[in-house]
Design a protein around this ligand. Structure first.
Ligand SMILES: [Zn+2]
Ligand SMILES: [Zn+2]
Length: 353
């Protein structure tokens, strides 16, 4: 696969940021970033480690050496920082760790994914199976979804991590880190001068994926929306934001508003659908009728995150409570409690009749 070129950006304080394009999985591209500032050479994220990802990472470093004259080699790196423990961002660590002695950092809430990967995978697979039953997914379809979920996941093995971000007081050299749980428990964004690495917390075109907190603590739509508000004060001092995927974001505050608006509309749409009794799978099919393959799971998680948000805040009731017995997972049928619509503006909720 052809790779597009590395681009360079300069902060007001002369830090150099290189964007390295990577094919992470077939059909999913994204970026690793290499930052040079003072005596620091920091690689932010390492790609998926599968397909062309490692090759593209090497090609990117080579371009930075040859076209920009930087010491972009494995020996010169001082730090490798993981923005969040999703495999498209950290899967390349097995490859990278063998080549550099740079210090590896991650947020403490994502530490176990990297250091106890096999354990974590088992737990998630267990919770996911239960979730799919509760969501009302048929057993055949559950099997397909689990097969897809586990595909490629066994290619990673645990790695040792050198430090967590709180141990470094959320600061690595000139990079200031902010914890923004939601899309992932240990999600962080990193700021250097007037540049922000927004990772998968804020993307330019796509609304970052949400999953119910039932699957993994410190995810969930409520945490995510709070974390968006946490970034709003930074937006005024940020000129360009680099997501983990897609093009850079120029107007960060506008993008935050758009994402909040999208979730607000989606919550309203879910409440509208729940005029009649439905499962999460029904709602997912309604919201994302074209989802196929791995996207079926993503759609079920996205729908579930919105249902969970509404259910926790008392907008929904469960119709088949009598079917729910200890030690027996059954599909849960929801209906809305009232005809009120929720609007979220900022982190606040407003009711609209
Ligand atoms: Zn992610
Ligand atoms: Zn990602």
């Amino acid at each position: 696969m052809l790779q597009t070129s590395v681009t360079v950006h300069h902060s007001f304080n002369a830090a150099r940021v290189y964007r390295i394009p990577l094919e992470l999985f077939p059909g999913l591209s994204g970026y690793a970033h290499l930052v040079f500032a003072d005596d620091y050479a920091v690689l932010i994220d390492v790609g998926s480690g599968v397909g062309y990802s490692n090759e593209h990472l090497e090609a990117g470093l080579k371009q930075i050496r040859e076209n920009f004259g930087e010491n972009a080699d494995w020996e010169s790196l001082t730090h490798v920082l993981i923005t969040h423990a999703h495999i498209d961002h950290f899967g390349g660590l097995r490859y990278v760790r063998k080549r550099t002695t740079a210090l590896l950092g991650v947020h403490k809430l994502d530490l176990r994914v990297l250091t106890g990967y096999e354990e974590r995978l088992r737990i998630v697979a267990h919770r996911l199976t239960e979730y799919l039953i509760e969501a009302g997914v048929s057993s055949d379809e559950r099997q397909d979804i689990m097969d897809l979920y586990l595909l490629n996941k066994h290619l990673f093995e645990s790695v040792e991590v050198d430090f967590t971000y709180d141990e470094a007081d959320m600061q690595v050299g000139p990079l200031r880190l902010t914890h923004v749980p939601g899309h992932c428990p240990g999600q962080v964004v990193l700021q250097i001068d007037d540049l922000l690495f927004s990772a998968d917390h804020i993307l330019k075109d796509t609304t970052p994926h949400q999953a119910p907190e039932q699957l993994s603590m410190n995810t969930g739509l409520g945490h995510y929306l709070e974390s968006l508000e946490k970034i709003r004060p930074l937006a005024r001092s940020v000129r360009i934001s680099f997501g983990g995927h897609e093009d850079p974001i120029i107007d960060l505050e506008k993008r935050i508003d758009e994402i909040v608006g999208m979730h607000s509309d989606r919550l309203a749409a879910v409440l509208k659908l729940l005029e009649r009794p439905l499962t999460i799978a029904d709602i997912s099919n309604n919201l994302f009728p074209k989802a196929e393959g791995y996207h079926v799971l993503l759609a079920l998680e996205e729908a579930g995150a919105h249902i969970e948000y509404l259910a926790q805040r008392g907008y929904l009731s469960i119709l088949n409570l009598d079917d729910m017995q200890p030690n027996r997972a059954v599909p849960i049928i929801y209906r809305r409690r009232s005809a009120q619509f929720v609007r979220i503006i900022g982190a606040k909720e407003y009711l609209i009749n």
